[in-house]
Write a protein that binds this ligand. Structure first.
Ligand code: ZN
Length: 242
């Protein structure tokens, strides 16, 4: 089975549509979404509708959780908070209901899917360091855990009895005597100094994971954001990927 694993769309419909086109080109069997469908961007309803139509399942993200009033907006910086408040008001009843029912984590084929961390998924912590990765490897048993949340793609590998390592690659064959935490990056607001939309592809038959990057019309999204009076800081950052 070839899975496309997408995360952090953040209401960026234009980026999401380009990613879906690429997913179709490379013939993935199923799409899994790791959450943060909404927040930051201009098209929350359209992105919720598309995720429901296209994905096998979607995990709860912190912006989704805040948009339905469950994570306090005081957790966020002022720009994110403004966007979440705008998003909450913009979402229709059907999509608010859809977001309310998102699971915190899911498992298939010995793979775990969660938005932030397997350790305490609703605390919305980040895994940037090897130390954080190490702590989290103790909190799941599956062969690999796929995450989003930081908007920075990363592959952490842990061999039994060894210290975890950060694999500097966009393509890796997962081996059976190691376990992995893989961050697939962000579709709608990448933060690794590369503005292209990011997502992952994992083939359970071959064990191959590949990170995909897709160009999209950033200015089109920026124009829609400015028409909806979203914060200038959020409009500018997507052009730089940070
Ligand atoms: Zn996010």
């Amino acid at each position: 089975m070839k899975y496309a694993i997408i995360s952090d769309i953040h209401s960026n419909l234009n980026a999401f549509e380009h990613v879906l086109k690429r997913i179709e080109e490379i013939e993935c069997d199923k799409i899994i979404c790791l959450g943060d469908i909404v927040g930051y961007g201009p098209f929350p309803n359209e992105c919720c509708n598309l995720v429901q139509k296209q994905s096998e399942f979607c995990i709860m993200g912190n912006h989704d959780h805040a948009a339905i009033g469950l994570t306090s907006t005081t957790y966020f910086n002022q720009y994110a908070r403004t966007a979440i408040e705008w998003t909450s008001a913009e979402l229709n009843d059907g999509n608010l209901e859809f977001l309310r029912h998102l699971p915190v984590q899911e498992e298939i084929e010995n793979l775990l899917f969660v938005h932030a961390t397997p350790r305490k998924p609703l605390e919305w912590n980040y895994i940037f360091s090897l130390y954080e990765a190490h702590r989290n490897f103790e909190h799941f048993e599956q062969h690999a855990c796929f995450i989003g949340h930081s908007h920075v793609p990363a592959i952490f590998m842990h061999e039994e009895g060894e210290i975890p390592s950060l694999e500097q690659t966009e393509k890796i064959w997962l081996v059976s005597n190691a376990r992995y935490i893989i961050n697939v990056g962000s579709v709608g607001q990448p933060r690794d100094n590369d503005p292209r939309a990011s997502f992952g592809v994992f083939d359970t038959d071959t064990g191959l994971f590949e990170l995909e990057r897709v160009n999209y019309d950033v200015q089109k999204t920026q124009k829609a954001m400015s028409e909806k009076n979203l914060p200038l800081y959020l409009i500018e950052r997507i052009a730089h990927g940070r």
